[in-house]
Structures are given as structure tokens and as C-alpha cells.
Design a protein around this ligand. Structure first.
Ligand code: SF4
Ligand code: SF4
Length: 412
């Protein structure tokens, strides 16, 4: 999508917009300025991921699809579009958090939890939001980008069912299937403060003798369901159920780690990969992942390696560690058009903008994203797309100005 310059610019042409354009794509004609639709707006590699209402998706998967993308104001409607071929830069980011500094204030610091780096491939002048609220079209090493999180509801029956499912999936066991009643029976051991928090969710809690073997053990939660919850991921569930599922799984199986975040370990690689895609819907930011190199355990050798995922539940940021130009061929680029908002979140909650730098600079409000152009000025789509033909642009602008008797007052 490009931006369009409309009627209020005719005969004004004060050029305030020209200086802020990062790609020098605003050009002057006899009575108006015009934006080169091919140059305007910067974008991402097709494989880059963004957070949608259905979890993480790549731009290529969503080409020409309407979807809802995560912004700092919840999910907003968007359309993903393919743009021209461009060179890309490789941006490496590390998770960062607010910490107290020695003078009693706070500062953003990276934590060496996993040496995790998130890589983003974007055009060199893509627009970004920074942690201090400033906007930039050229990310630099040492800058911090905020991570946005979704805030799903956590108080309904859907959430409660999700928690039960997550507890069973993370730490429960399946005991039998009753064909007559079409029911699966699950057991979840209850330890420590989990008892007070989750006991009421189970149909019953059975206390058994193993308390002496495991001092913290308080009983077993028992649950029946029409599917085997130990094996099933809630692939198509809504955000509230997924929030419950992730909370339940984390409560059952997560290790709290230093930076206000949780680590989940599993040999079920498919489940962890799904969790990384779905966790943003539950308000978690995936700040690290990896795989253990050893297959040996105290009880023998594992069949599959152990993988892990760090999920942050606190305010998170990404620190720019490097920005490298690439020598590879230009590639088709993609971006999400988010009407009215012009911002959205990539994987990791990384906040990105569509450009729009020129829009607030115009003193007469002549510049609009193409999809937000007032209907009365639709003629300017044709005028802008006549770029770079001066004859056509000038004659179309003249014809419009005459027909509509345009008499814009010069700026003081
Ligand atoms: S939206 Fe950005 S790239 Fe497009 S014309 Fe305006 S400043 Fe230039
Ligand atoms: S800032 Fe507005 S009025 Fe000035 S040249 Fe640009 S589009 Fe025209």
C-alpha cells in the first residue's frame, strides 16, 4: 500500500513532507506533490512472522488475506500484501527487561538466559517504534524495541476448561477409555500451592497414601473428558481457551526463571513448536528456545532430545544487537496494512510500523494511506498512480482543480 497526496496540497506545495521521507519518494509537479507508489513503504521478508488472532503466521501464508493482527491496542483488522523486490537487512535482537539500577532508577538490560537471538529480515528503512515512544526508520545497535502482549480474558468458563486441559497435558496421566460412556479418565498429581489454586477445577480430588513418599503431595485431581486431553493440543481453540491451556501447562510443568519468566521443557517437539506459535495469544512473549545436546539421563537414554522454551510474563523489550546489510539478491517483500493504526507486532511482540512518516508533517492534512483516503478525493488515486508521467499528472491535476474550483489559500 502506498500513501496518496490529495486536494489540499494543490498550489500549497510547502514540501514539509519531503524531508521526512526515508526513501525520497515524494516528487514535485506543477501544482501538487506526488508519492511514487513503487517506492513508498518498506516491508519484510516473506518468511517473517507476525502475531495474528490465530497465533503466529508468516507474511507469505497470509498474502492477500484479511486477518486481525496484534497491536498495542489489541487485535486490529489488517490485509497482508506483497510489494516490490527489495534488498533486506538482517536485524538481530536479544530479549531485554527493565531492571533497577544502582541509583534507584530503572534501566533496560539484556539478560544472558539463553543467548537467544531473534532475527528479523526487513528492508533497511522500515519503520519501528522504540521503547521511549520515539519512532525511527533506521534501527541502530543498542536501541530497544518494546514487545506488545495480548491480554486475553481469564475469568470465564472457557478459560477454566483451558486450564484443566493444560494441567492434564503438562503433568497429568491418562488411565483408561470407557467405550460405553465414550469417556477418557485423567489424573493430575496435586502438590504444594497447586492444591489451593486448582483443586476446585477437578471433579474430585483423591487422596492417597503416597504422601509419605512425596511430602508435598496432597492428592490426585481426577477428570473425565470425551477426548484424551493428554495427547491433544487445542489447535483451533480461541484465545481465552489457549490462555487457560498455556497457564495450566506452565503451572503443571514450568520452572520459574530469573527474569520474570517461565521455562517449559519437553521431548514433544511438535507441542513446543505449537506453543511458540500460540503463546502470544495467551499474553506470553517467547524470549528463548533451544535444545539440550545430551540425550543421557539418570534413568537411561532418551529417545528424543529435550527442547525448551522461555516464556516471559512481564514487560519485555528487544535490544538491537546487530543490523547487517546482505549481499543476497533482492526478494519480494511483504507488509501488513493496518487501517487507522499503521502498527502491528511481529513474532516476539516486536512492534513495527508501516511508514506514514510524511502524514503528520503535512500542515493541511493532504496525505492519507491509500485505504484511508476520503471518498471525495478518490480521483487522486489515479493522479498519484500516474507517477512519473509529468504530462498526465499535470493535466489530471488541472482538470480536477478546474472542475472542483479548487482555491486553496496559501500558507502564511
Ligand atoms: S509513507 Fe513513508 S515512504 Fe511513503 S511517502 Fe510517506 S514518508 Fe515516504
Ligand atoms: S506537506 Fe502536504 S501540502 Fe506540503 S507538499 Fe507535502 S503534501 Fe503538499
Amino acid at each position: 500500500m502506498t500513501y496518496i497526496i490529495a486536494e489540499p496540497c494543490i498550489d500549497i506545495k510547502d514540501r514539509s513532507c519531503v524531508d521526512v521521507c526515508p526513501v525520497d519518494c515524494i516528487h514535485e509537479y506543477e501544482r501538487i506533490l506526488i508519492i511514487d507508489p513503487e517506492e513508498c513503504i518498506d516491508c519484510f521478508a516473506p518468511t517473517e512472522q507476525l502475531i495474528t488472532e490465530h497465533g503466529l503466521r508468516t507474511f507469505a501464508e497470509l498474502e492477500d488475506h484479511s486477518c486481525r493482527v496484534l497491536t498495542d491496542d489489541g487485535f486490529k483488522p489488517a490485509v497482508v500484501k506483497r510489494f516490490r523486490r527489495r534488498p533486506l537487512v538482517k536485524i538481530e535482537l536479544a530479549p531485554a527487561f527493565e531492571e533497577r539500577d544502582r541509583y534507584g532508577g530503572t534501566r533496560l538490560t539484556t539478560r544472558n538466559i539463553s543467548r537467544f537471538r531473534r532475527t528479523v529480515w526487513a528492508t533497511p528503512t522500515h519503520g519501528w517504534v522504540l521503547a521511549d515512544g520515539q519512532k525511527t526508520n533506521a534501527l541502530g545497535v543498542g536501541q530497544f524495541v518494546p514487545a506488545v502482549r495480548s491480554m486475553p480474558k481469564r475469568d470465564g468458563e472457557t478459560y477454566r476448561l483451558g486450564v484443566l486441559h493444560g494441567l492434564v497435558f503438562g503433568d497429568g496421566s491418562w488411565s483408561w477409555y470407557a467405550e460405553t460412556t465414550d469417556e477418557h479418565l485423567h489424573h493430575v498429581p496435586m502438590f504444594g500451592d497447586r492444591v489451593a489454586r486448582y483443586r476446585a477445577l477437578f471433579e474430585r480430588v483423591s487422596f492417597e497414601r503416597s504422601r509419605s513418599l512425596h511430602p508435598g503431595y496432597s492428592g490426585t485431581g481426577v477428570l473425565r473428558s470425551c477426548v484424551n486431553l493428554k495427547k491433544l493440543l487445542p489447535e483451533t481453540a480461541d484465545a481465552e481457551y489457549i490462555a487457560g491451556f498455556v497457564d495450566g501447562w506452565v503451572a503443571a510443568d514450568g520452572d520459574p526463571v530469573k527474569a520474570g519468566s517461565w521455562r517449559l521443557r519437553s521431548t514433544d517437539h511438535q507441542a513446543l513448536a505449537w506453543l511458540e506459535r500460540a503463546a502470544p495469544l495467551a499474553g506470553y512473549v517467547a524470549i528463548g528456545s533451544g535444545e539440550e545436546s545430551t540425550m543421557a539421563t539418570n534413568g537411561g537414554r532418551r529417545n528424543r532430545s529435550m527442547r525448551w522454551l522461555y516464556l516471559a510474563t512481564r514487560e519485555s523489550y528487544w535490544r538491537v544487537m546487530s543490523v547487517e546489510a546482505q549481499e543476497a539478491d533482492d526478494v519480494d517483500t511483504f507488509c501488513a496494512v493496518v487501517p487507522g493504526k499503521h502498527e502491528f507486532a511481529l513474532a516476539g511482540g516486536i512492534t513495527s510500523r508501516n511508514c506514514g512518516a510524511c502524514e503528520p508533517e503535512c500542515p493541511v492534512e493532504a496525505i492519507f494511506p491509500e485505504d484511508a483516503l476520503p471518498d471525495k478525493w478518490n480521483a487522486f488515486v489515479e493522479i498519484n498512480y500516474a507517477f512519473p508521467d509529468p504530462e498526465k499528472i499535470n493535466s489530471l491535476t488541472d482538470a480536477y482543480a478546474t472542475e472542483h474550483n479548487v482555491q486553496n489559500e496559501p500558507l502564511e
